[in-house]
Design a protein around this ligand. Structure first.
Ligand SMILES: NC(=O)c1ccc[n+]([C@@H]2O[C@H](COP(=O)([O-])OP(=O)(O)OC[C@H]3O[C@@H](n4cnc5c(N)ncnc54)[C@H](OP(=O)(O)O)[C@@H]3O)[C@@H](O)[C@H]2O)c1
Length: 371
């Protein structure tokens, strides 16, 4: 039996209330600050995972009661101490590798210092997240009949760990690539490096998310924005958007307002094993997990007990390697999912038809009859 542990934390203030009901009656600042004094707690026990090659796996979910705001705005040494406590808890449970969920891997040096302080390896899960984001996006584009040779492809959060690797992997397959983030210089630097490797690529950079999305056929949203940054009015009919970000980059209003756009939840994976039970409510159906947790599980199942993905840059070779390991162990992408709900081929066909109608009658969009 192989063993892993994975660190989770509340993504939104509301998440506190799901575990600690009394917090719903208290002011946000008070709860966030009060929970800074609380250490890591065991919140779930994953059992019954079994790969097609026969390896079995169990795991522990360790919760840090810290919001993205606290994780990003507190001194990193303090955050590191909290992560170290979680790591020692994982070691005591017998875990052989520790995965970092959501903002616990965005804070500080992304697992590098933590790995030095623990006796077990650490991974951010970002390589597998990138692999599945790209795969899902290309599958979605194919289903929507989008031609990569003429499509405008946009990566929001392009200079981040996942965004940069996603841009590198997409670049050889597309003609028009736009890189979006708030800070111009790293965008220009990335554009330069990508152009050198892909001389036929037509590449642009932008700091304006709404404007960038308006003419985009394919969007990968992978910024670390703490609130939604893409609204229904921004989207092009018939486009495909993969929202990898947690919390989501795409406004929940899009779900109702834009039935002519294929919005995919990036990075949702089905784990193998008939009896698999994650022992924690991620807001997905049973046996579904985030890609970053799936990476931790793949590495444990494969006996690859190493600091696989740490630091701010992801090597493209690692993305390919973890993808191959995942396929061998039968972890696979869940089918298409839109705003936490499975969608089938018929629904994709309906989205295509609505997009055609919206393109034939663009005034419906302008007058918001469609929204
Ligand atoms: N689904 C999964 O399994 C999974 C796994 C891992 C990570 N994630 C999520 O993926 C996202 C990215 O993670 P990461 O590690 O790549 O983050 P990261 O390295 O910190 O990069 C974040 C990127 O977003 C940009 N950005 C931040 N705020 C922005 C805004 N308001 N508008 C436009 N761009 C903005 C940043 O550039 P500027 O600062 O210059 O704007 C940077 O390019 C996070 O939401 C994370 O939770 C999901």
């Amino acid at each position: 039996m192989r063993r892993f542990a994975f660190v989770v934390h509340p993504l939104r203030f509301d998440d506190f209330a799901r575990k600690y009901r009394f917090t719903r009656y208290l002011p946000q600042g008070l709860v966030e600050t009060g929970f800074k004094a609380v250490g890591p707690v065991m919140v779930g026990h994953a059992t019954g995972v079994k790969s097609i090659t026969g390896e079995e796996l169990e795991g522990w979910l360790i919760g840090l009661p810290l919001t993205p705001k606290i994780l990003l705005e507190s001194p990193y040494e303090w955050v590191l101490k909290k992560l170290e406590q979680a790591g020692h808890m994982a070691e005591k449970m017998g875990a052989e590798i520790l995965g970092l969920g959501a903002f616990t891997k965005i804070a500080g040096d992304r697992g590098v210092s933590l790995a030095q302080r623990l006796s077990i390896p650490v991974t951010t899960g970002n390589s597998y997240t990138t692999a599945t984001a790209v795969e899902g996006t290309l599958r979605g584009a194919d289903r929507m009949g989008i031609d990569l040779a003429t499509a405008q492809v946009t990566v929001i959060g392009a200079t981040g760990a996942i965004g940069e690797a996603t841009s590198y992997i997409l670049a050889p397959h597309v003609k028009y690539l736009r890189l979006v983030a708030r800070t111009l210089e790293p965008l220009q630097d990335l554009a330069k490096r990508l152009s050198e490797q892909n001389p036929d690529l037509s590449i642009t950079v932008s700091q304006d998310v709404s404007q960038s999305v308006r003419d985009s056929d394919i969007v990968v949203a992978v910024s670390s924005a703490q609130d939604a940054i893409v609204e229904p009015e921004d989207l092009k009919p018939g486009s495909v958007i993969t929202d990898v970000a947690r919390p989501r980059n795409i406004s929940s209003r899009v779900s109702q307002a834009r039935p002519d756009v294929l919005v995919l939840d990036g990075g949702v994976i089905e784990v193998p094993g008939e009896q698999a039970d994650m022992g924690f409510d991620f807001g997905f159906p049973p046996k579904m997990v985030e890609a970053c947790m799936a990476e931790t599980m793949i590495l444990a199942l494969s006996g690859r007990l190493e600091n696989f993905t740490i630091g701010g840059h992801i090597a493209v070779e690692k993305v390919r390697e973890i993808d191959a390991l995942g396929q061998q162990r039968s972890e696979r992408m869940a089918g298409f999912r839109r705003f936490e709900r499975a969608i089938d081929e018929d629904e994709v066909e309906l989205i295509r038809q609505r997009a055609k109608k919206a393109m034939e009658h663009p005034r419906d969009l302008v007058s918001h009859r469609f929204l």
